[in-house]
Design a protein around this ligand. Sequence first.
Ligand code: FAD
Ligand code: NAP
Length: 542
Amino acid sequence: MISNQKDKQFGSTPVLDTVVIGAGFAGLYQLYKLRQLGLQTIVFEAGGDVGGTWYWNRYPGARCDVESMGYSYSFSEELEQEWVWTERYASQSEILKYARHVADRFDLKKDIRFNTRVLKATFEDNHHRWLVTTSKNETFRARFVIMALGCLSTPHSPSIPGLETFEGNCYHTGFWPHKKVDFTGQKVGVIGTGSSATQAIPLIAEQAKHLTIFQRTANFSIPAWNKPLTKEIQQQWKDNYRKLRVEAQQSSSGVINMDSDQNAADLTSSQQQKELERRWKYGGLIMWNAFADIMKNRDSNDVVSAFVHKKIREVVKDPATADLLCPRNYPLGSKRLCVDTNYYETFNKPNVTLADIKSHPIKEITATGIETSESFFKLDSIVLATGFDAMTGPMLKIDVRGSDGTLLTERWAEGPQTYLGISMAKFPNLFMITGPGSPSVLSNVLLAIEQHVDWITNCLQYMTENKFSLIEPTHEAEKNWVHHVNEVAEDTLYVHSDSWYMGANIPGKPRVFMPYVGGADKYRDICKHVSQNKYYGFSLSN
Ligand code: FAD
Ligand code: NAP
């Protein structure tokens, strides 16, 4: 066991084995595993409860886009068997309930400090410890810091002139009030048409007197066909969970029944349409993998795009609105597919207007509404569904300084530099869960989290057993990994899109494809290879 003795030279600063930052699904499972190693750990969480994403994103319609039975922890068979999901895609409130259940069941909350943001983490070369400073002006020393910050936990509010002068209510989907918001009788404007917006819009439209959607870029959205989960379906999963989890882990997306082994060109046009109809009827993310080459071959991708355009035109009655809702100029799937309930149908409602802010940009927000280059929209409430400073945002919000005073902001000035998305040269004993350079958001994130937590835990155990106290990747291993991450991305259509995967949604952010697109299954094998070869690419010392 790694020592947790207090050391005189540290004075009154508490000394821990491990600090974990974040109490979403990553932080919770990491705490559970560190306890098994006997490591004294504190988790710091900026929010007031566990759940992370599901604590913050309480907007109407928020739910998962990976089916609930698969979007759940696999580490405990008892947990798998006892928990009952009620819908094919669980709602935010049910997922939050699940996170709370996990925290209570494994008695995790006693080691979590809520409403506490970590502001600074500095590696002390002389002590080989991390000095962690929180928003409560406390400091802690720890041998290890584990960043469980989430990829989508830093909401992004665009700097639209006059936003702060708006006198109505303004909400961000990623920072939604805990009290129910009632839009009844209101004129509401939603800015954005990504996953959050496509889920929220149909429900806001049911309440609002009038809803205007300000669309800059149309997104591809696939119906979820959400429905209650029958006892029979639950039981089928529960009887076969081990097999299904392995299948998910061995797939490129972490989701069963998604991958395809046929290129579009292997099929006739009518076979292609049949397969696309099948996927559309099934619903959800499986359209993303309709053909094996969909993210590599633009012709193959265009077949799927045209199919979705056709579906949009079938649903949306006004041809001009339908036309505006058809995404163009980027490949389907290069921005995350949206999964919705009645999104396109909502545009047939008499109280819904689509404002094209690509052609007529927002000029300013005034005290009473939104002024575009064409019209003024008087509003009572504005909903910013404008996304996140994804993947690197949460790390860069913390003042992280590695050995020799190396600043994270400088190391990542041209884009994230990591080894395996787990660690960084010059930042010893610091690990990231689902960090940039790992598949994370391109897969079922819960399985990606479990894989990282298990890997990190095994690594700490290896260090203990072999009496190593320091670990960090070599510059060479990091450089090679960054090169590999870029190389596989360049070979895909992902890089032909202004997506948040590319950092393109944040003005001034380096344009680099951040997740690892080589497949969650292949990535898993690479990580295994590294650990089985005495942590190949890492330098370990006493
Ligand atoms: P998070 O849940 O983001 O938790 C990180 C926590 O760290 C947060 O609570 C945050 O407050 C805290 N934190 C960050 N910085 C600090 C700091 N400096 N100090 C203290 N605390 C800090 N993925 C899927 O695979 N399937 C889905 O269906 C899916 N749906 C999603 C829906 C929405 C609306 C969003 C936004 C994301 C969705 N995702 C989905 C991705 C989702 O983020 C992950 O599935 C998963 O919940 C991430 O867990 P996490 O613990 O890694 O991060
Ligand atoms: P997003 O996908 O980044 O969408 C943000 C939207 O806001 C885009 O339409 C964007 O337009 C628009 N926007 C941003 N800045 C703007 C500005 N200044 N003016 C006008 N429009 C602006 O964010 P998100 O919808 O919150 O989703 C982020 C990710 O979270 C998803 O991709 C997904 O991974 C996850 N998520 C999942 C679910 C789910 O179904 N389970 C739900 C919500 C979120 P442009 O495209 O033109 O930039």
